[in-house]
Design a protein around this ligand. Structure first.
Ligand SMILES: Nc1ncnc2c1ncn2[C@@H]1O[C@H](COP(=O)(O)OP(=O)(O)OP(=O)(O)O)[C@@H](O)[C@H]1O
Length: 125
């Protein structure tokens, strides 16, 4: 029978999952770096709190998609180390989830930064 784990060990394992994914997944590191740059830009352009909240939401979406993609890749490699049609479907769909999240994040970023950047450049109406 499984013993109930305490919160400390649950949190530690989850943190280990994030940390080991950061070490092994280059794309995740790129997304985290992009998120830091975007948040610094949001501070520079003094974006309103609601816009920053929206940015945090899409950043969380992209990073969550990356972590789930990493989990699916590992599970597929364990279950199907050889080429398999279903392994391809699983990995491609997981990669597609990251792409979809990142594409929408870029669109939202453009929508939020367009006005402040134009005003900063003096190209506003
Ligand atoms: N066991 C497999 N069976 C069939 N196709 C596979 C298999 N493993 C990988 N592939 C194909 O190769 C692609 C790349 O898979 P891989 O595991 O190398 O991930 P990746 O894109 O390199 O991810 P990352 O760079 O995040 O590690 C998959 O999207 C899939 O199309």
């Amino acid at each position: 029978m499984k013993t109930r784990r305490n919160w400390g060990s649950v949190f530690r394992d989850a943190w280990n999952g994030i940390w080991s994914s950061l070490k092994s997944e280059r794309n995740l590191r790129i997304h985290v770096l992009a998120a830091v740059i975007v948040l610094l830009a949001a501070a520079f352009f003094r974006l309103p709190v609601r816009d920053v909240a929206l940015l945090l939401l899409v950043i969380a979406l992209v990073i969550t998609a990356e972590l789930i993609n990493t989990a699916i890749e590992a599970a597929v490699d364990l279950a199907a180390p050889e080429w398999h049609r279903l392994a391809k479907i699983a990995k491609d769909a997981a990669a597609g989830a990251v792409l979809a999240a990142a594409a929408f994040a870029v669109v939202i970023g453009i929508m939020l930064f367009y006005g402040p950047v134009m005003a900063w450049l003096g190209w506003g109406p």
